[in-house]
Ligand binder design. Sequence first.
Ligand code: NAD
Length: 466
Amino acid sequence: MAARRPHTPAVPGKRFAVLDPATGEPFGEAPDQQPDELDAVVGRARDAWHGWRADPAARAGALLAAAGAVEAAGADLAPLLTREQGKPLAESYAEVARTAARLRWFAGLGAEPLTIADGRPVRSEIRWRPLGPVAAIVPWNFPLQLASAKFAPALAAGNTVILKPSPHTPLATRLLVSVLSAVLPKDVLTVVTGHEPLGARLAAHPGIRHVTFTGSAATGRAVARGAAASLARVTLELGGNDAAILLEDVDVERIADRLFWAAFRNCGQVCMAVKRVYAPARLCSDVAEALAQRARAAVVGPGLDPATRLGPLNNAAQLARVERCTARALADGARAVTGGGRPAGPGWFHSPTILADVPPGSPVVAQEQFGPVLPVLPYGSLDEAVEAANGTGFGLGGSVWGTDLDRAEEVAGRLECGTAWINHHAELSLAQPFAGVKESGVGVAGGPWGLHGNLAPFVLHRPEEG
Ligand code: NAD
């Protein structure tokens, strides 16, 4: 029997155009939902919550079915994701697979009650309760994967979810929710699409009990201010400016591929991409040249072309930001070892760029470039390198690269961030906590901590004798 092709349900009302980053041209439309629709949406999510929270075994079964449904829809989801996001098709398939894996992982995770035994003649039992309707607001760089990082734990915990994707990438998310709606009870997971102030009004809605947000630090602050009105719980996964520190004994050729893709995957639009490389001064030009070789060899093109390894930036504003950062670095005296601007032709492409001789205060070092441009910076002493790595407001990730693993571990332990890697970067397990420090975030996602981020403890005290 032929598989039923998923379709997204029609929403009456205005629509807005969705653009293909490889051409800059519109190719689809999404509902332009208005904030005054949110009362009804949140009300339905509240009603659906009572049934969804009641039966953990049924929930686990539904989430397992959801994982299977996502896998079965991969051939529909992945090309649509590439079309609106820009990433190479293989990366879209990987994102769909990760979305399914996350649903499966959280389906198997329960929050067991705990008993406190502290010598008192009382049995204190901690039970875990869901919070209510959750607002999940996500950016455009990994629309499906980041959405599932929010709705999989929230649903597994027994909450209902209203998901708001970026207006740059609404279509694959709408299709995903339609696929999931076939196996989840009605109104347990809803998607709303549209422009601001839709997200702001969702974050501030009095019926929402947890706002879980991924995006920029500036928007994160606005979301936290909005949620303060209802005192809903807030989880924020924000930006990063991750440094990679290369040690004196690093084998440059051995690590160059891994380091390059840790910076350039998804065209550098990764919160945990390597955004700055610090190398011992004597190795700096070798490192920059090894990375530049990879940049020259990387095939840049539309994500649907099977040869493409680097797609376009997702949107015109992001391309303009990357161009601004690069132009400013070059004006500040930096040298483009390769790249340095955008190629001729349509679409929001930017050549993969390796910069040397960049002044430390230049925005491409001090801020988050979020694109295919990487500065390689020299250091004199390791203390200097660690201080520079820690010297931004962000604290998402970091990495140390070298041959002596003990030495690398000692240096990695000094990084002020949520996750540090040795000879890798941005490799994440579903089982680990994911949290930034400083301005990179509030709260913890991932693993059992992600589940608990969606639960409240309920403590029952019972005396041993009446
Ligand atoms: P953004 O902050 O502009 O938008 C994120 C989401 O918030 C979008 O859905 C957007 O429509 C919505 N939004 C915009 N204004 C809002 C408001 N006032 N109230 C509520 N919602 C609002 O971010 P972006 O440009 O889409 O994504 C890039 C940023 O996301 C980068 O800074 C990147 O580092 C960060 N990011 C972080 C992580 C992480 O896990 N830490 C992961 C991916 C991306």
